[in-house]
Design a protein around this ligand. Sequence first.
Ligand code: GAP
Length: 451
Amino acid sequence: MAQKNAPDLMERIVSLCKRRGFVFQSSDIYGGFSSCYDYGPLGVELKRNVKDAWWRSMVVGRDDIVGLDSAIIQHPDVWKSSGHLAGFHDLMVDCKECKGRFRHDHLEDENVCPNCGAQGSFTEPRAFNLMFKTFAGPVEDTAHTVFLRPETAQGIFTNFLNVVNSSRVKPPFGIAQIGKSFRNEITPGNFVFRTREFEQMEMEFFIPPDEGDKWYDYWIQERFDWYVKFGVRPDKLRKRAHDDDELAHYSTGCTDVEYEFPFGWSELEGIAKRGCFDLTQHGEGSGKDLSFFDEATKTRYIPHVVEPAAGCDRAAMTFLVDAYEEEAIPNEKTGKDDIRTVLRFHPSIAPVTVAVFPLVKKEGMPDRAREISAALQDVGLRTFYDEKGAIGRRYRRQDEVGTPWCVTIDGDTLSDGTVTVRDRDTMQQERVSADEIAANLKQRVADWKRT
Ligand code: GAP
């Protein structure tokens, strides 16, 4: 009995995140700081797994993409050339009655304040630049003003020449980057979906000018398939091509991968055809030649760009929301159903891959369990050791945080060398030789399919 779209589903997920250490409100002990979140012990593993999965599919598992880690604070002229200083703004309106501030394009009714209900109380829309400003060095004046990057992409464009000159790459090739970005969003919300500080996973794919359509189609499909590969149900995902009036002036196409959250279909990432806008702008702004000379065809051109730009926090939230299920399990003792909460994470996304339990805290079981846990860690599996409480409750605690398998060490382990492997999704238990447990679990990771 999955309760996927119950109205309070998001609330239950947010509550689980806090209770079990995925995500906490930032500055909690000071009463919290609105729209800022901290990732707890399980959340940080989830997020690292998301980033690893992205990096493996984008960089490690391919020959045509290299990585980069550029600075958050960059030369202010970067933002002049990129267009962010002049144009990276949202239109906002204030309600004169309640002083609420809203994004103009988010208003369902342009007359009525969604906060206090006042009619005709909005100010005229005003442009609000989304970049956070600060000062580099001790002097706080215009000459020392710098910005926190609002996207990781520009650090890639400004390093195009460095990478070409140092790394033996030639179009078509990509540069990938994961890192924090900052936007002073007027209306953040929906948990970690829209925050002011967030992480992006962006890749700029540099191509000959006539290959835009081919690579655009390719990257839309690749990125859609990535979410499915890591367990997201395809019927909850869709591709949405932007209408012409949604496109940036330099862009000739953008398609979002969207997920159906409890609050509606929303963007996970955008795949954009950016033409040669970025390298042209930075070439003009810096006075450097950012064209590429193709030795084979003896032609010189400014590469065009196709960009898949994803949000790490949104991806982590998608995996969480999509994995969340509540099922009714008949309880023979009470004759009623118990509700089992389970996160059906893909094993590569799950914060913990294997929980290791001694059945009881005696007869040498904890020592043997620790040995087995260490052996599993040696082959790269993320383990969690727990020796407290009834075994059934320990299994349920792991279901709730999405651990795919639990290994229990009991009396038989000590006599016949076998352990119990309990599967999160089927709740089936099997005896496996302790000597083969690492290989057995590795195989289960490889064979896992969403049920
Ligand atoms: N370089 C292109 C670019 O930054 P974007 O659509 O503005 O494009 C890319 O951002 C992705 O970054 C979004 O699809 C989303 O996943 C994530 N993102 C953007 N703003 C965000 C915010 N305020 N909070 C969380 N994630 C955000």
